[in-house]
Ligand binder design. Sequence first.
Ligand code: SAM
Ligand code: SF4
Length: 326
Amino acid sequence: MALDQFGRRIHYLRISLTDHCNLRCIYCMPDDMSFRPGAELLQDDEILRLVRIFTQVGFDKFRLTGGEPTVRAHIVDLVRDIAHTPGVRTLTMTSNGTLFRRLAQPLADAGLQRVNFSLDTLNPEKFRRLTRRGSLEEVWAGIQAAEAAGLTPIKVNAVVVRNDNEEDVIDLARLTLTHPWQVRFIEMMPFAGITQFQQDNNVQEIAMRDLIQAALGPLEELNGGELDGEARLYRLKNAPGTLGFISTISRPFCASCSRARLTADGWLRMCLLRELEVDLLTPMRAGVTDAELREMIVNAVWLKPWGHRLDEDAVPLNRLMSEIGG
Ligand code: SAM
Ligand code: SF4
């Protein structure tokens, strides 16, 4: 079991499979984004080796993210190999959904259990503007395919941007009246690259809840206000689905954090919003043993920072969100 210096049990690894993406969401990366060459990224055998070692130190929950994980070559084979690694109890993915129409069933057959889809608006033109190139129709078909393939319960993530898709929280929340989905609203966080935009256009949970309640009626708080992962859950009256708020800025959940992140280029990052990282790829390519890798991981876990320091204006500027894996 991997414990940090504050007694938190760290057992959930989010792996950024690639920094590449087929969209350019305005809150995530600049339009003229350039990506790393493939050789600088973790290769399949390196990922599998690390997954095996992480399970040996007590990690049992894995999420594949990016960039866009589904643009990685041989993604179905990689998912199958990770799913069959002893000690992997939960295997999920975060995706923009653009390729799921074709990939949902093969990924489910390979052992993927659930998916969180990013969807920030139900308006096709606005969707194209927010993603700078995406098709809402394609993503919607991808979500339907995932549901049909049993990758359930479906979760939908929306990052809320002031003066852009703020009002869209109402349409998105309305989805829970007709679908047994969890629709989660994310407070935009600042990283490198487009930091000023992210800081200037953040919308807080309370404002989102006010908009939803004014349009759709009262929200019932679930779980007695306890967190479900990183989200606080609510339900609209008689809704089969639920609403979640991931409020990193206004209501941080660092005390219950159980996560670590593996960046696409093989660095272990113990807090999404802190710059501290440990390079695992260079030592691996230099021939380090499994025992030495285990020790590096256990030490990094121990030193996991307590939490972010955004309230002190300490913004992590060494990476974009897409490199770390959200
Ligand atoms: N491409 C996949 C997707 O969009 O779902 C996975 C990677 S994406 C970086 C992971 C999550 O991070 C998505 O839900 C996305 O909306 C969210 N995200 C991206 N930039 C963000 C930001 N600045 N603040 C908060 N969430 C962000
Ligand atoms: Fe790509 Fe996901 Fe970032 Fe959008 S949020 S640009 S889909 S990595």
